[in-house]
Design a protein around this ligand. Structure first.
Ligand SMILES: Nc1nc2c(ncn2[C@@H]2O[C@H](COP(=O)(O)OP(=O)(O)OP(=O)(O)O)[C@@H](O)[C@H]2O)c(=O)[nH]1
Ligand SMILES: [Mg+2]
Length: 656
């Protein structure tokens, strides 16, 4: 069996869910096309999604194109739910990037395309809504080439745009104009093709060009572009054929006895009885029902083992019960009680998804309307954090307030509505503030030795902390002999150091850091085995935070705030007033930008992320309602003036 694990990505409202419905219908999986506006689609199943007509959670559906099984992940387009896209990216073989033929390339489209390119995920572009008034064709192709990258190939022509009769005709491979355009794009990235083209123009047959196109599209070097309408179905047949022809297809590998097992969990939900369901993509080997499976943390050490109690596999329709899930497949697994999004599956699993998009830059205190609901609220938010660890639930040690990290206002509203609808808890939010981070100023070392009066634990630990490149995360290194300390103790140091660094000297996380173990010591067990007189992992877990904090004090840290870049399209006469507002908000590096065919003025620059919302709110008043703001996270920068201190959460509550 051949498989394609396909993501549908786009800016909000581009038509991803509608296209998903159309693909399911065309493939015969459904006998009626669901509509977002009626709340009747297969993938927007949450009450809140149906009510609001937006996708909030990524959802998996499956259909067949001939003998190819396509597992499709419909993702949300709103930037507040980018974490859902992030979790899906690690399991995709290919993607469809949807763009509205009316609204064109949006800020979010650029963010997504940049990531798809960086991850080299082969992608087909689908320009949707050609039936809508204001739909463009040449304008869209020029905009896509200018804003997303020039390596695109239009696969056909559209006519009757902006009417219900809008249609899309694929180019005939024998069409000389199409062949020339293909050759122009493809020879740029294929020297053999170029040499043949130069030697003899007619050497490049339609068939040769088509196979070169498939080859380059599957390597994410070129991006085929289709146009159509999810609502009328125009162009969707050509898109479907393109998916099968131009995206990489994996072969479903039959189980071999000694194949190691490797997969990743990209979504967790609760079943009707409250049981956890993990959505897993397998990369190698097989997971079997009623067999134990290792899952959890990093490289084969911290994982837990549980018996899989149920598997259902996506195989060209609704998920069906199965005895096993094999390499290449996506399945729902039951029985993994402590599973979390991002967990690796199997002994070799290291596939927790990396950070591809900006982290949440806001935090807010969640307050129950009734104080009696506080324990229930903690439990409910912990459940939400299972599905979305980035909300990073924590509790303030002094006031016992519950804090969550957020991307924005819509996510806040969704959390509020979910708590009310699913848990019966009415809440409000207080004190929305920016999430800062800490960066190390230099290196700092500290050591605590066994037998020293100030160290009550049966452990010696020396650590050196040093700065690491922004975005590189925590790196753990050894300056002691690898065999000098049992692996379980090293794991205890690594995990506890990583946890301790979530709260630096000012209470903010220290995300990028090299931690080097410089000293170690333990009390080995007597010959008859481990006893209470020998060292335990708990000794290392308790001592590590003390050593880390001592080293951190020597290294010193600065507090950095998130900075967003912005692009403003405004009427020319509002430039002076907008510039004054930008200065008041602390904008930096602002400059007139490229006009991209826009008649008004374009201003670009950077702004503290915490001020973007204010700019958004002021913009209509400043520009007579005509200003358009695009913004996204750019980087962290040292806070000028006094560093803000985050109230320290109680470490005991953090992981509950
Ligand atoms: N005329 C027209 N309307 C469309 C088309 N595709 C989608 N729509 C409408 O556009 C709106 C948004 O469609 P969705 O399918 O929810 O868009 P989405 O990309 O899934 O949105 P999010 O998941 O919230 O980001 C709905 O009102 C659809 O009916 C199309 O091809 N033509
Ligand atoms: Mg949707």
């Amino acid at each position: 069996m051949h498989l394609l694990n396909l993501g549908i990505l786009a800016h909000v409202d581009a038509g991803k869910t509608s296209l998903t419905e159309r693909l399911l219908f065309d493939a015969g999986v459904t006998d009626q096309i669901g509509r977002v506006d009626d709340g009747s689609t297969q993938t927007d199943t949450l009450a809140l999604e149906r009510e609001r007509g937006i996708t909030i959670k990524a959802a998996v559906v499956s259909f067949a194109i001939g003998d190819l099984t396509v597992n499709l992940i419909d993702t949300p387009g709103h930037p507040d739910f980018i974490a859902e896209v992030e979790r899906s990216l690690g399991v995709l073989d290919g993607a469809v990037l949807v763009i509205s033929a009316v609204e064109g390339v949006q800020a979010q489209t650029r963010v997504l395309m940049r990531t798809l390119r960086r991850l080299r995920i082969p992608t087909v572009i689908f320009v949707n809504k050609i039936d809508r008034c204001g739909a463009g064709y040449d304008r869209l192709l020029a905009e896509i080439a200018a804003k997303l990258g020039p390596a695109i190939v239009a696969m056909g022509a559209a006519h009757d745009l902006g009417t219900a009769a809008a249609a899309w005709e694929p180019y005939d491979p024998a069409d000389p104009g199409f062949a020339n355009r293909l050759a122009d794009v493809l020879t740029l990235r294929d020297d053999t093709l170029l040499a043949d083209y130069v030697a003899h123009e007619h050497a490049l047959t339609g068939r040769r060009l088509r196979s070169a196109l498939a080859d380059q599209a599957r390597k994410a070097l070129v991006y085929p572009v289709y146009f159509g309408s999810a609502i009328t179905g125009a162009g969707v047949g050509s898109l479907t054929a393109g998916l099968a022809e131009l995206l990489p297809v994996t072969s479903h590998q039959a189980c071999t006895g000694n194949a190691r097992c490797r997969g990743t969990v990209f979504k967790v939900e609760r079943g009707p009885a409250g049981e956890k369901i993990a959505y897993v993509r397998m990369f190698e080997g097989t997971a079997n029902v009623r067999k134990p499976l290792r899952y959890g943390g990093a490289v084969g050490n911290t994982g837990k083992i549980a018996k899989v109690t149920g598997i259902s596999v996506f195989a060209g329709g609704p998920a069906i019960p199965a005895e096993s899930v094999q390499a290449g497949q996506i399945a729902k697994l039951r029985g993994l009680a402590d599973v979390r999004v991002g967990d690796a599956i199997g002994e070799e699993g290291t596939t927790s998804p990396g950070r591809h998009f900006a982290p949440p830059t806001l935090q807010a205190v969640v307050v129950p309307a009734s104080a009696a609901d506080r324990p229930a609220l903690h439990a409910a938010l912990s459940r939400l954090a299972e599905q979305d660890p980035l909300i990073n639930l924590r509790q303030d040690a002094v006031r016992q307030e519950l804090l969550v990290s957020l991307y924005g206002e819509v996510q806040k509203e969704v959390i509020q509505a979910t708590l009310a609808a699913e848990f019966g808890i009415e809440v409000g939010f207080m004190q929305t503030s920016t999430i800062c981070i800490e960066r190390l100023v230099g290196a700092g070392a500290a050591a605590k030795f066994m037998g020293d009066g100030a160290n009550p634990f049966k452990a010696t630990i020396g650590l050196r902390l040093g700065p690491a490149a922004p975005g590189s995360g925590m790196r753990f290194e050894l300056e002691i002999e690898r065999g000098a300390l049992p692996a379980a103790f090293l794991t205890a140091i690594e995990e506890t150091a990583s946890q301790t660094l979530t709260e630096g000297l000012w209470g903010w996380a220290v995300p990028d850091c090299v931690v080097t173990v410089t000293h170690s010591g333990y009390v080995p067990p007597p010959p008859q085995g481990w006893s209470k007189f020998s060292s335990s992992a708990a000794d290392f877990r308790r001592l590590t935070p003390l050593v880390v904090m001592a080293a951190l004090k020597r290294a010193r840290t600065i507090v950095c705030e998130p900075i967003s870049n912005f692009r403003l399209e405004i009427p020319p006469d509002s430039v002076p007033v907008v510039l004054r507002a930008l200065a008041r908000l602390g904008a930096m590096k602002q400059a007139p930008g490229g006009a991209d065919g826009f008649a008004g003025a374009v201003l670009t620059g950077e702004l503290p992320s915490g001020r973007v919302r204010e700019l958004q709110q002021q913009l209509p008043g400043l520009t007579g309602g005509e200003g358009v703001l695009e913004s996204g996270f750019a980087r962290y920068q040292e806070v000028s003036g006094e560093f803000p201190v985050r109230r320290r959460p109680d470490p005991l509550c953090r992981d509950e």
